[in-house]
Design a protein around this ligand. Sequence first.
Ligand code: NAD
Length: 510
Amino acid sequence: MALFEEIPSNDGRRRYVVKSPVTLERIGEFACATDEDVRAAVLRARKAQNEWAQRSFDERAEVLWRLVDQFVARQDDIADLVVKETGKPRNEAITMEVMAPCMQISHYAKHSARYLKTKRRRASGLMRFTKKVRLVYQPLGVVGLITPWNGPVALAANPLAQALMAGNAVIHKPSEVTPLSALLVEELTQAAGLPADLYQVLQGDGETGAALLEAGVDKVSFTGSVATGRKVGEACGRNLTPCTLELGGKDAMIVCADADLDRAADGAVRGSFFNTGHYCCGTERVYVPESIYEPFVERVVAQTRALKQTDAGEGDVGAVFWDKQMDIIEAHMTDAKARGAKVLVGGERNRSLSGYFFPPTVVVDVDHEMDLMREETFGPVIAIQKVKDEEEAIGLANDSDYGLSGNIWTRDLDRGAKLAERLSTGSVSINDIAVTYGIPEAPFGGVKASGVGQVNGEAGIRGYCHLHPIITDTAKKAQGGYPYTDESAERMKKAVKTLFGNRFLRKFIV
Ligand code: NAD
């Protein structure tokens, strides 16, 4: 049974029902915005943005602070809805969908004025005598925000806060798997007093997302799979729309021979099972040197066996949020088992619960011939490969089409940092699971197939702006220059020779 299913419609809009992955009961329905709806929303947003862009950072921040108040006051409503829509445990709903957005929105409310402060620059060369340069962070206009289902509130609130503080309007096309959470975010922004049309949620499927790309937005912020990211990148390239693409991952964990094994085992369990493994930077591959392999695996197995999986938002590992993801997890497990992998815990869909549940799973004897080690599984599976040493682990970690994040576990922090520099990934954690997305000071984004561009913090919010140089001429009179003559060309040649023919002078003037 599909968790969102198309139903008949009599107004020309594709219509879907949404079901809970826990109870499989209907929890809502939505109609997809048409191409005309999308274009009309962009026009309304543009109007609202013109006024918003005139507001000071303090005025914009005040609305965001009120939005944080809404998140605090409505945290139970947010958690209840996210649990209903995704089946994630209540603890994770509060951590990821309430706490993280509160931190993100507060960060940009507080720091955006500093990140986007107009700068004065001194021109170099001969220009220095007559030109003043001001660099202004100008909003881009209307941002098209397209988000996935694994963090339905957090992955909307974070880019939303940045885009708004930078002076933009946002049209948000949330995942068709989690449409209701986005509506709640919209409701919270309205209660916070965000001017009308500045943040509009347009429900829909992939076709609606594609329509948004063609509706004349000024920037696209996309988070989702590699396959869709390629389509989004193609459309943005054709339309010359700037975009960031935050895509999938296949993150590796490297356990060094000197690692604190209890801590590393805890990291593997959290890194692979958090959010049912539906975490773009989830730990999908674990490489362990043979000298510590047995004790490490023992610890991981013991910790995994202690985890509880129950329905209704309780327990430690929640539901698989979407039936299609269940198909992928099961296919990867079937392929791995057929190729010789050994399952130590879990391994098959948990049919003791009526919803979509896959148990926390530990698999060993895996290799890079298996989909489980090459393709994004996005489920609660720890796949552990024995290696000779850390050198082999680095080679295998980098043997991937993906490059989102990764983590290294060692007591020797200097060596850990040196190994980290050799990972071809957007970021690396040492002695921690991937936490980059939660630290605005660290730009977040993948390399290779994991994405294009970086988001968050100073660099991220500046991506919602055009850095607009305004150059003022301070000369007292017109510069003239016409008519050109042989003499004027000679004068310029002489100036070139004087200024740049001299090795000291040319360094001094630029
Ligand atoms: P998806 O690519 O299927 O869908 C993402 C969004 O794109 C949805 O809103 C969908 O409706 C929309 N969409 C689909 N086709 C489209 C098209 N042709 N044009 C425009 N929009 C279209 O991804 P998903 O299954 O919802 O999410 C899971 C994926 O997201 C995983 O690969 C995960 O790793 C990735 N992800 C990445 C990050 C990151 O920051 N790098 C964060 C979270 C999730």
